[in-house]
Design a protein around this ligand. Structure first.
Ligand SMILES: [Zn+2]
Length: 102
């Protein structure tokens, strides 16, 4: 398996899932931003240790992703983002309504 420092450099330090900057030690960015090697297809679901199955991830994404595949997890993140955008949009519309016609 590729070592974490090489993987981190190749990925520009960014988490493959949430795109945040990750750090090689928890002291730099906190435990949630710690860089980890992550199996795109989890080992428990048949994924291997070959380079193509290893992604740089922040510790937080790694923990939340759990036994999902990378595709399943990215779908979930996109769904959450859409929900967030819907909520912001609804708040915006409400504000415009309350502001009256000016
Ligand atoms: Zn992440």
């Amino acid at each position: 398996m590729k070592n974490i420092a090489d993987l981190h450099r190749e990925a520009g330090g960014r988490c493959s899932y949430c795109d945040r900057l990750t750090y090689l030690t928890a002291g730099e960015g906190g435990l949630d931003a710690l860089a980890v090697r992550e199996h795109r297809i989890p080992r428990s679901r048949g994924g291997g240790n070959q380079a193509s199955n290893i992604a740089l991830s922040c510790y937080r994404c790694d923990q939340i992703k759990g036994r999902s595949t990378d595709d399943e997890f990215l779908d979930r993140l996109a769904r959450d983002r859409r929900r967030e955008m819907d909520a912001i949009w609804r708040t915006n519309l409400k504000r415009q309504d309350e502001g009256g016609a000016d």
